[in-house]
Ligand binder design. Structure first.
Ligand code: CA
Length: 256
């Protein structure tokens, strides 16, 4: 049976962006909840660290904040519950505690299907760029261990590279810069509502993979939604075919 949802998504994106075609050369991938199944640990450590401050952040809220920098997450909690801004010392201390607790726990497993997806992308000769709000040093070291050859230091955008975290477009704009490509030449793979918002704000075709507990409706701004990396890998050839072959009707076609 022919599936039409991928060509429809690509066609819809072209029409909305006023583009005539996609010319994919790079894939920008988020880390937590995409390459590593680390979100349950992030949700647990945020919930516990914030509770130790006498404040409250539910695990669901942690998923909704996913992608923000630690600073921005702490600022939101303080504004909501204490009606004031945290001091620099408070942010440093609380995020330091959260990160230390995270590092003390067993390592987050690699997401099912992550290496197969990266190998599939590499086989199409597309540059892989990591775009994460994370400043968790251990996870970044693990990237090279688990996905050798896929991301060098010049192919990573982390918390240390940006002044504005997701949902601001800066992380994905930096990702384009590192790849040396333009918006119509890249795809994004994201799992979080704010990550999708960031990628869309950067003008990018955005694939959401819902690997967490939130309802799909939170990811609705994405151009495509899958429920596992395996599902995305399976759809990859058709996605690439649609990107190569689809042109906005009424516009002159670029030679493939
Ligand atoms: Ca994520």
């Amino acid at each position: 049976m022919m599936n039409t949802f991928i060509p429809t998504a690509v066609g819809g994106f072209l029409a909305k962006q006023g583009l005539t075609a996609l010319d994919i050369k790079a894939v920008l991938l988020d880390m937590d909840g995409v390459l590593f199944d680390s979100m349950p640990i992030h949700a647990y450590t945020w919930n516990k660290t914030i509770a130790e401050e006498g404040l409250h952040m539910s695990k669901e809220e942690a998923y909704l904040h996913e992608g923000r920098t630690g600073r921005s997450t702490i600022e939101i909690v303080f504004r909501e519950l204490l009606k004031r801004e945290p001091t620099y010392e408070e942010v440093t201390r609380i995020y330091g505690k959260k990160a230390a607790l995270f590092d003390s726990l067993p390592e987050a497993p690699v997401m099912q299907g992550a290496l197969a997806l990266l190998d599939t992308i590499a086989a199409d000769d597309l540059t892989r760029i990591l775009v994460t709000g994370s400043g968790q040093k251990l996870l970044l070291d693990r990237i090279n261990h688990h996905f050798p050859g896929h991301f060098g230091p010049d192919r990573m955008v982390t918390a240390f590279d940006v002044t504005q975290g997701k949902p601001h477009p800066e992380p994905y704009l930096k990702g384009l810069q590192k790849a040396g490509v333009q918006a119509h030449q890249a795809l994004v793979v994201e799992n979080a509502p704010l990550g999708v918002e960031s990628a869309k704000a950067a003008g990018l075709f955005t694939i959401a993979v819902n690997t967490g507990p939130l309802d799909d409706s939170y990811l609705a701004p994405a151009d495509l939604i899958f429920h596992s990396l395996d599902e995305l890998t399976q759809a990859w050839p058709e996605l690439m075919k649609s990107c190569r072959e689809l042109y906005l009707p009424g516009h002159s076609c670029r030679k493939p």
